[in-house]
Design a protein around this ligand. Structure first.
Ligand code: MD3
Ligand code: FE
Length: 234
């Protein structure tokens, strides 16, 4: 059986998915790294779709709540809800902060990844698009602005590789790093859903793809279910 299939079955059964061979320490249960999940053709299709989203919903630089310090990366979103951050806080909004328009829909090529790996009975409402320049990073944080914490977060990496850091459920827990390459998909379900994580750095000249939209060195998509699905809804 392929490693990929093994991870999915283990997660579905609610048992630990074995140690990822590239992680020195066991990752939090529910974290599955599906390396090379997308082939080059699928990655190119996805990039085209992301380019269209960015034409309609241009990348913006979020600000840290309170301090107003800018993030080193830029963001945009697709879907009925988009995640934004400014001096008044983090939240999901139906509209782009600069254009005032609704976010474009999540493209089918991206939805398809969720259907294959999320094993969750509702579709994602937000596709957050993180655009990294060569020197951008993302500090250690938890993703907990979603009511639907039983839904996994699904991450898709495109472009240059990056050093991904993951820890435990408390900021003080031990952390470890692994490399995420273009085409890798990470599923963060179960206990790992609330694990602290971040991106230490982008690794130059590691992209197998043509230049990325928005001039980014790396793009990460995260698919998120935000609201609890209504009982019995598909
Ligand atoms: C672990 N993005 O958008 S993706 C984020 O590569 C975010 O841009 C990073 O962290 C990136 O919030 C990391 C992998 C990832 C995504 C969501 C998670 C790991 C996660 C949620 C919970 C635990
Ligand atoms: Fe995150």
């Amino acid at each position: 059986m392929s490693t990929r299939k093994h991870h999915l079955i283990a997660r579905y059964a609610g048992i630990p998915a074995g140690r990822d061979p590239q992680l020195p320490v066991a990752a939090p249960v529910g974290c599955s790294i599906l390396r090379s999940f997308l082939d080059l053709e699928a990655q190119r299709l996805m990039l085209t779709a992301v380019g269209r989203i960015l034409d309609l919903a241009p990348p913006f630089r979020p600000l840290m709540p309170v301090s107003g310090r800018p993030f080193s990366l830029k963001m945009s979103n697709a879907g009925p809800l988009g995640w934004i951050s400014d001096q008044s806080g983090y939240r999901y909004e139906e509209r782009h902060p600069a254009t005032g328009r609704h976010w474009p829909p999540i493209p089918e090529v991206i939805m398809e990844v969720w259907r294959k790996v999320a094993l969750y009975p509702a579709l994602p409402e937000a596709c957050l698009i993180n655009l990294y320049g060569p020197d951008a990073r993302l500090g250690l944080h938890q993703d907990r602005d979603e009511a639907a914490l039983a839904a996994p977060v699904v991450s898709i990496s495109l472009g240059n590789a990056a050093v991904f850091r993951i820890g435990g459920l408390q900021r003080s827990a031990q952390t470890q790093t692994t490399r995420l390459d273009s085409g890798d998909v990470v599923v963060l379900g179960g206990p790992s859903r609330l694990a602290f994580h971040g991106i230490d750095r982008v690794l130059g000249d590691t992209s197998p793809l043509p230049p990325l939209p928005g001039g980014a060195a790396r793009i990460n998509l995260t698919l998120r279910r935000v609201s609890e699905p209504a009982m019995g809804s598909p």
